[in-house]
Design a protein around this ligand. Structure first.
Ligand code: ADE
Length: 259
């Protein structure tokens, strides 16, 4: 069965699509203004797609992956702003719980609860999370130095990045304001990072009973300078993280897959 890989920005999946094209060829299906790239990575059937930014875009893309392509698991990769006190630029966060920080139907329903579903936090799949954790650890330990050039690491202050596992908060808002980040943290004290898609994909995966995982590279601290180097971080750093971790993830699956 195929795995669906989604990202919000082109640079986050471009290298993976190139690698897949080299390995297996790549059939492109255009649906709803998105290109779904169908191929194999290390023998694992996959569908890779640029979802575009925001919860609606991500949810619509996840439904298409499930209904049109029959994917049996989904991984979302991309960038996030670090809001946990110890989460720094260049770290990786793997979501074990995903919450929509901007979902608020009070007083009808509790803060963050998805109305009529009765759930506030969506749990990521433990097995996929563990596979991504091993892949991310191996990437940080063995690939980072060679794949992200020293001048890029230096300019973003990336020394020895950490891997975190915890809550990711999603909302239709680029958080570039310390007060806003504090508000999110006071409502969700466990949140490590903010982004704009993960919890929407996790909700769809919950509704279709599909295992889901989200991993994010921290590009900023969700403060007033969050947007400043966003473009160069994306092309010079994040693209290497996403493809590097996913390459490790697929390679490990190949090793363990029964022949
Ligand atoms: N993705 C990367 N940085 C982000 C931020 N500060 N807010 C929301 N999404 C992000």
């Amino acid at each position: 069965m195929a795995i669906g890989i989604l990202a919000a920005m082109h640079d986050e999946v471009a290298d993976l699509i190139d690698a897949m094209t080299r390995q297996s060829g790549n059939q492109v299906h255009r649906i709803g203004m998105r290109d779904y790239h169908v191929g194999e990575m290390d023998g694992q059937p996959c569908v890779v797609v640029l979802a575009r930014i925001g919860k609606v875009a991500a949810a619509a893309t996840a439904v298409t992956l499930i209904r049109e392509f029959g994917v049996s698991e989904i991984v979302f990769t991309g960038l996030a702003g670090g809001i946990g006190s110890h989460v720094a630029v260049g770290d990786i966060v793997i979501g074990d719980r995903l919450v929509q920080h901007d979902l608020d139907a009070r007083p009808l329903f509790p803060h963050h609860e998805v109305p009529l579903l009765g759930i506030s936090e969506f749990t990521a799949d433990l097995t996929l999370g563990a596979e991504l954790k091993s892949a991310a650890e191996a990437f940080l330990r063995e690939d980072l130095q060679s794949q992200v050039p020293p001048h890029s690491r230096k300019s973003f202050g990336i020394g020895e990045p950490l891997l975190h596992v915890g809550m990711i908060a999603s909302g239709d808002q680029f958080v570039a304001d310390v007060e806003k980040a504090k508000d999110i943290l006071s409502a969700l004290p466990d949140a490590l990072a903010v982004e704009m898609e993960g919890a929407a994909v996790a909700q769809i995966c919950f509704e279709y009973a599909i295992p889901c995982a989200v991993f994010r590279t921290i590009s900023d601290r969700a403060d007033a300078s969050a947007h400043v180097d966003f473009g160069s971080f994306l092309s010079d750093v994040a693209s290497h993280y996403s493809s590097g971790v996913l390459r490790r993830f697929f390679a490990a699956r190949k090793v363990y897959r029964p022949q």
